[in-house]
Ligand binder design. Structure first.
Ligand SMILES: Nc1nc2c(c(=O)[nH]1)N[C@H]1C(S)=C(S)[C@@H](COP(=O)(O)OP(=O)(O)OC[C@H]3O[C@@H](n4cnc5c(=O)[nH]c(N)nc54)[C@H](O)[C@@H]3O)O[C@H]1N2
Ligand SMILES: Nc1nc2c(c(=O)[nH]1)N[C@H]1C(S)=C(S)[C@@H](COP(=O)(O)OP(=O)(O)OC[C@H]3O[C@@H](n4cnc5c(=O)[nH]c(N)nc54)[C@H](O)[C@@H]3O)O[C@H]1N2
Ligand SMILES: [Mo]
Length: 657
C-alpha cells in the first residue's frame, strides 16, 4: 500500500498587532479577545501584584529577550530587581552558552570570549570544536574563510561531517559526548611530545602537575576506543595545535549542551592554557554566542547572579552601588536560573512569569513537561512579536516591536562589540517598544520611570558599569561599535582579553588561570537495545530556533523537519528518503520523514528544533542539566526508529504539533 504523507508545510506566523486578554479573566481555557493597551497592562500588572502579595517576591520570574537590545535587557532586569524585589531573571543563555560563561569566568574571571573576529583572519590554526559555524554563524564564518585564504589551517571536531567540516583540513568525527576524552588525549600527546608552552604554564597557570596526572591515562589508543577518532588523527591535531604560532579555538553547542557542559568547556580551555594560545593577538578561545544579543543580555544583568556590567551581586560593595542608584534593596542571594524556574513551577513555588521574547514551550528539553508546567502558573504574561505556542498559554499577550528593525538601542556580539541598532521600519498595528511596555507595567506597580529614549537607559548603565563607561552613543557610531572592557572615553579598547597573563610582573599579571581537573562523564540518556540510536539535535542554515521568526520565509531550501540517518542505517531499517517513521525516546514519540545524510555515522541521527508545530523534536530530548550552568543535554538523547508499515497503524499514532 502506498504510504500517505502528512502535510508538513511549516506553520506560518503573523505579527501580533493588538494586545490580547482572556474572555474570562483568570481562565486560560477561555478564548483570547483583543483588548485596549490600558486593559491589557492593568491585567498584566494586577496579576503580578496579586502574586507578590500572596506569595512574596520570589514567586515571580522574568524571562528576558536575547534578541532585544541591551537597553531593553537592562530595563527588564531592573523591573525584576526593583519593582518585583527578586533576582529571578534569566534568558535563553541558559539553554545555550551558560556553560561557556561559567567555564570562562572560573578560569579567567570574566565570561566573554577572549578574541575579536578580525583575529581569525590573522591566525595560523582555527579549531572549530562542536560548532557548525558555516550554518549557525555565517557572518563569523566569512572571517574564517578569509583566515583560510590567508593560510590558516582548519580542524573540525563534530560527530557529523557538517558543512563547516567540509572546509577543514581534517575532520575528527567523534562519538557524541566524548569531548573530554578527546581533549585529554590531545593534552597528553602535547605533553608527551614536549610541545607545551612551559614558560606560559609556569607564569600564568595553576594546577599543571595535577592536570598532567589527570590526562596521563588518556593514551591515543584508549581515546580512539572511547571517541571513535583514529589515534593518528588525534595525534595530528595535537601537534598542529601545539606547534601553531597562533591558534583560535572556537566552540559552540556541541560542547555546551550536555549535562556536563561546563566541564567540557574547561577541558577545551585547558588546551589553550597548555599551549599559551590565549591573551595574544591571533590566539584565543571563543564561544560563538547564539542569539544576536545573548552576550549583551547577560552583560546587562538579565541573569540571576550578575548585576549590569557582569558585576557579582554577592559583592556587598557592588550591590550597594546599585541599591543607592535605584533607591532599593536588592536581595543578597542569586535568583533562579531558567532551569530552576521550571523546577519551581513543578514544586508550586513559582506562580507568575513575565516572558519577554522567549518561546520556552517549544525550546525547553522535554517540551510536554514544559508546557504542563507553564500551564499550571497562576499568571503568565507573554510579550512577543508573534503569537507563539508559549503566548497561547498566557493570560495576557502584549505585542512588541522587533528589536533589530523597529527599535533604537545597542546590541553586543560574541566578540564583545557593542553596536548601535536603529529603527528602519514602522511597527505594525498598535505594537509598542519593549522598554515602553515594561515601564508601563512598572508604572502600574508604583514605579514611575522616565526613559524618554534608549540613550537615557544606556547612560544609566554606563554610570553603573565601568566596563561600558567609555562607550557613549557618539563614540559607538564613530567607531562602528566598541568592545568591552571600555572604561575610558578617549582610549580605544584592546581587541583581545587577558594579555595580562603574559606580564612578567606578578602584580600586573593578576589572578592566574587554573587548569580544570574534569573527568569524562558519558551522556545521561544511555543507548540500549530498546533505544539503540544516539540522537543529536541542532540547526540548519535556512531556519531560526523554534521557527517562529523564520516561518514567513518560503523557500525550496526550507524543507521542513526530517530525521536524518546515514545511508547504512537507512538501509538497515529499510527506509527511504521522505518515508515517515516513528521516532521514540524514553519521553515521547513523534513521526517524521527520513532524510539520508552521508555526513552522519552509523548509530547517529540528527533532527532540528526548527519545526516544532509539525514535528516537536523536544518531545524526545532529555532534561538532564549541567549542575553548574543549568543547561540541558539537547545534544544527546537515545531513540528508536520504527518503520510505519501500514497506513491504518500510522493514523492511530499520536501525532503532535
Ligand atoms: N541558521 C541559524 N543560525 C543560528 C541559529 C538558528 O537557529 N539557525 N540559532 C542561533 C543560536 S541560538 C545558537 S546557540 C547558535 C548555535 O550554533 P551551533 O552550536 O553551531 O549549532 P548546532 O547545530 O546546535 O550545534 C553545533 C554542532 O554540534 C555538534 N555536536 C553534537 N553533539 C556533539 C558532541 O557531543 N561533541 C561535539 N564536539 N559536537 C557535537 C552537532 O553535530 C552540530 O553540528 O546558532 C545561532 N545561529
Ligand atoms: N532540541 C533542541 N532544543 C533547543 C536547542 C537545540 O540545539 N536543540 N537549542 C537551545 C538554544 S541554544 C536556544 S538559544 C533556545 C532558543 O529558545 P527561544 O529563545 O525560546 O526560541 P526562539 O525561537 O529564538 O524564540 C524567540 C522569541 O522571541 C521573539 N522575539 C524576537 N525579537 C523580539 C523582540 O524584539 N521583542 C520581543 N518581545 N520578542 C521578540 C520571537 O518572536 C520568538 O517568539 O532553544 C534551545 N532549544
Ligand atoms: Mo542559543
Amino acid at each position: 500500500m502506498k504510504q500517505k504523507r502528512r502535510d508538513r508545510t511549516p506553520k506560518t506566523y503573523t505579527r501580533l498587532t493588538r494586545p490580547l486578554v482572556r474572555e474570562v479573566p483568570g481562565d486560560r481555557t477561555s478564548p483570547f479577545r483583543t483588548a485596549t493597551w490600558d486593559e491589557a497592562l492593568d491585567a498584566a500588572a494586577g496579576g503580578f501584584a496579586r502574586t507578590r502579595a500572596a506569595h512574596g517576591p520570589d514567586a515571580f520570574a522574568m524571562l528576558s529577550c536575547s534578541r532585544a537590545t541591551n537597553e531593553m535587557n537592562f530595563v527588564a532586569q531592573k523591573f525584576t530587581r526593583v519593582v518585583m524585589g527578586t533576582n529571578n531573571v534569566d534568558s535563553c543563555n541558559r539553554t545555550c552558552h551558560a556553560p561557556s560563561v561559567a567555564g570562562l569566568s572560573a578560569v579567567f574571571g570574566s565570561g566573554g570570549g577572549t578574541s575579536s573576529y578580525e583575529e581569525v583572519e590573522h591566525t595560523d590554526l582555527i579549531l572549530m570544536w562542536g560548532s557548525n559555524a558555516r550554518f549557525a554563524h555565517p557572518i563569523f564564518f566569512q572571517h574564517v574563510l578569509r583566515g583560510i585564504r590567508n593560510g590558516a589551517r582548519m580542524y573540525a571536531v563534530d560527530p557529523r561531517r557538517t558543512s563547516t567540516a567540509e572546509w577543514a583540513e581534517s575532520w575528527l568525527g567523534l562519538n557524541v559526548g566524548t569531548d573530554i576524552p578527546l581533549a585529554h588525549a590531545v593534552a597528553r600527546e602535547i605533553i608527551a611530545a614536549d610541545l607545551h608552552n612551559k614558560a606560559f604554564v609556569e607564569r600564568a597557570t595553576t594546577g599543571f602537575e595535577e592536570f598532567e596526572a589527570l590526562v596521563e591515562p588518556w593514551t591515543l589508543s584508549l581515546a580512539e576506543k572511547v571517541t571513535g577518532v583514529p589515534a593518528a588523527a588525534i595525534r595530528q591535531l595535537a601537534h598542529a595545535y601545539a606547534t601553531a604560532e597562533r591558534a583560535q579555538l572556537c566552540w559552540t553547542l556541541g560542547i555546551t549542551e550536555h549535562h556536563n557542559g561546563t566541564d567540557n568547556v574547561r577541558a577545551l580551555i585547558n588546551l589553550a592554557l597548555l599551549t599559551g594560545h590565549v591573551g595574544r593577538y591571533g590566539a584565543g578561545v571563543q564561544p560563538l554566542r547564539g542569539q544576536n544579543n545573548v552576550q549583551g543580555g547577560g552583560d546587562m544583568g538579565a541573569i540571576p547572579n550578575r548585576l549590569p556590567g557582569f558585576q557579582d551581586l554577592l559583592d556587598d560593595g557592588l550591590r550597594l552601588k546599585f541599591e543607592k542608584a535605584w533607591e532599593t534593596v536588592i536581595p543578597a542571594r542569586y535568583g533562579m536560573t531558567l532551569t530552576d524556574m521550571f523546577e519551581a513551577m513543578e514544586e508550586g513555588s513559582l506562580h507568575a512569569v513575565y516572558c519577554v521574547g522567549e518561546n520556552p514551550a517549544q525550546s525547553e528539553a522535554d517540551s510536554e513537561q514544559a508546557v504542563r508546567r507553564l500551564s499550571a502558573l497562576d499568571h503568565l504574561v507573554v510579550q512577543d512579536i508573534f503569537l507563539t505556542k508559549t503566548a497561547e498559554l498566557a493570560d495576557v499577550v502584549l505585542p512588541a516591536t522587533a528589536s533589530w528593525a523597529e527599535t533604537e538601542g545597542t546590541t553586543t556580539n560574541s566578540e564583545r562589540r557593542v553596536q548601535r541598532v536603529r529603527a528602519a521600519l514602522t511597527p505594525p498595528g498598535e505594537a509598542r517598544e519593549d522598554i515602553d511596555i515594561i515601564c508601563e507595567v512598572a508604572g502600574r506597580l508604583g514605579h514611575d520611570w522616565k526613559y524618554p529614549d534608549a540613550e537615557t537607559v544606556w547612560n544609566e548603565l554606563r554610570s553603573l558599569s565601568p566596563d561600558h563607561f567609555g562607550m557613549t552613543y557618539d563614540r559607538l557610531a564613530e567607531h562602528q561599535g566598541l568592545q568591552w572592557p571600555c572604561p575610558d572615553t578617549e582610549e580605544l579598547p584592546s581587541p583581545y582579553l587577558h594579555g595580562r597573563l603574559w606580564e612578567s610582573d606578578p602584580a600586573r599579571r593578576g589572578r592566574l588561570a587554573p587548569f580544570g581537573l574534569v573527568q569524562h562523564d558519558p551522556p545521561v540518556d544511555l543507548t540500549d537495545e530498546s533505544y539503540p540510536i544516539r540522537l543529536t539535535t541542532g540547526r540548519r542554515l535556512d531556519s531560526y530556533n523554534t521557527g517562529v521568526q523564520s516561518s514567513g520565509f518560503a523557500s525550496p531550501l526550507r524543507r521542513g523537519e526530517y530525521v536524518e540517518l546515514c545511508p547504512e542505517d537507512a538501509e538497515r531499517y529499510g527506509v527511504v528518503v521522505g518515508e515517515e517513521v516513528r521516532v521514540s525516546s524514553r519521553r515521547g514519540t513523534v513521526t517524521a520523514p527520513v532524510w539520508v545524510d552521508p555526513g552522519l555515522r552509523p548509530g547517529l541521527a540528527f533532527m532540528t528544533m526548527h519545526f516544532p508545530d509539525e514535528v516537536d523534536t523536544n518531545v524526545l530530548t532529555i532534561e538532564a542539566n549541567c549542575p553548574i550552568a543549568g543547561t540541558a543535554e539537547f545534544k544527546a538523547s537515545a531513540i528508536r526508529i520504527e518503520k510505519i508499515e501500514k497506513i491504518e497503524n500510522a493514523e492511530k499514532l499520536t501525532v503532535r504539533g
